[in-house]
Every structure is written in structure tokens, then in C-alpha cells.
Design a protein around this ligand. Structure first.
Ligand code: UDP
Ligand code: MG
Length: 148
């Protein structure tokens, strides 16, 4: 069984889309193996997005993930571990392309994402590969917080 890390991003939290997003992902037959509210620090987000280091947009992405472009009272993100057959690829398919303006209209990012302040505010993060999933789950969750 595969596990994947999901983050509900500040744009989706502001629009109160958490339930809609989770329900679409649960409908794929995936189980929730971990769930928490995280007040994300800049250090945690820079570690999470280590692959973006050196790009022109990484600072904007970190600011966005800290909630700076949305009307939130804090730096909250909602983190989930979802589990199921082929979970990583199936969740990524449900999300659609990174760029919400290019994502298919039936995908979560195609429906709920937008580009603002030069950042792709695309509603949800999901791990892109088994290696990323293992690294990201270990970054956001303690082992005892995830069902075996
Ligand atoms: N991002 C952006 N502009 C870009 C590329 C990425 O704003 O040109 C943001 C976007 O929110 C994206 C995140 O940075 O989800 C991480 O980028 P990545 O390439 O890993 O895309 P993802 O795996 O999220 O589809
Ligand atoms: Mg990625």
C-alpha cells in the first residue's frame, strides 16, 4: 500500500475547501492514515520545497505557504497522509497540473487554483514520487502519528 503526503494550502483553507478536497480524494478509495493542523515555519517550508532552492519563485512560494497572501489568522496548513493502492499517482492525477491555468477543468487545481502575486496558488500539495512521499511524511509527521 502506498502513502502520500497531502497539504491543504492557504488559498484552499481561506476558501473553506478542505472538506471538498478531502472528500474527492477519499472517493478514490484512499484512507486517511494521518491528520494534523500545522503552524508551518519558514524553515519547515524551505526544507519541504528543497527542490525549488535557487529558483526565482521559491521565496514567493514560501510566503504563500505561510499564508501571507490569504486572509488567515495564523500560519496554519492542514496535513494528511493518505494511503491506498497507487495513491501517489492517483492523487496527482486528481490534482491536475501544477499550473492551475493549464490544469484540466475537472481536476482540483483546475477547479480551485489561480495565479496571484506571481505564485501558483493551487490549493493542494501532494507528493510526486515514492521517494518524495517518504521524505515528506517524515518531515511533517512523527512515526507514531501515522497509522501502520
Ligand atoms: N510554483 C509556482 N511557480 C512555478 C512553479 C511552482 O508558484 O513556476 C509553486 C506551486 O505552488 C507549486 C509549488 O511551487 O505547487 C511546488 O512546485 P513543484 O514544481 O514541486 O509543483 P507540484 O509538485 O506542487 O505540482
Ligand atoms: Mg513537487
Amino acid at each position: 500500500m502506498e502513502q502520500t503526503l497531502i497539504l491543504i494550502k492557504p488559498d484552499a483553507i481561506e476558501k473553506r475547501l478542505t472538506g471538498v478536497i478531502l472528500s474527492r480524494l477519499e472517493a478514490l478509495g484512499l484512507d486517511i492514515a494521518g491528520a494534523k493542523v500545522v503552524c508551518a515555519t519558514e524553515a519547515l517550508l524551505r526544507e519541504h520545497y528543497a527542490n525549488l532552492k535557487g529558483t526565482a519563485f521559491v521565496d514567493g512560494v514560501v510566503k504563500f505557504m505561510m499564508g501571507d497572501y490569504n486572509h488567515l489568522p495564523d500560519h496554519r496548513l492542514y496535513a494528511f497522509v493518505l494511503r491506498g493502492e497507487n495513491a501517489i499517482a492517483r492523487v496527482r492525477a486528481a490534482l491536475g497540473a501544477t499550473n492551475p491555468e493549464k490544469a484540466d477543468p475537472w481536476t482540483l487545481r483546475g477547479q480551485f487554483g489561480c495565479i496571484k502575486e506571481g505564485v501558483m496558488q493551487n490549493a493542494v500539495h501532494a507528493s510526486g514520487s515514492p521517494q518524495d512521499a517518504a521524505r515528506e511524511i517524515a518531515l511533517w509527521f512523527k512515526p507514531e502519528e501515522v497509522l501502520k
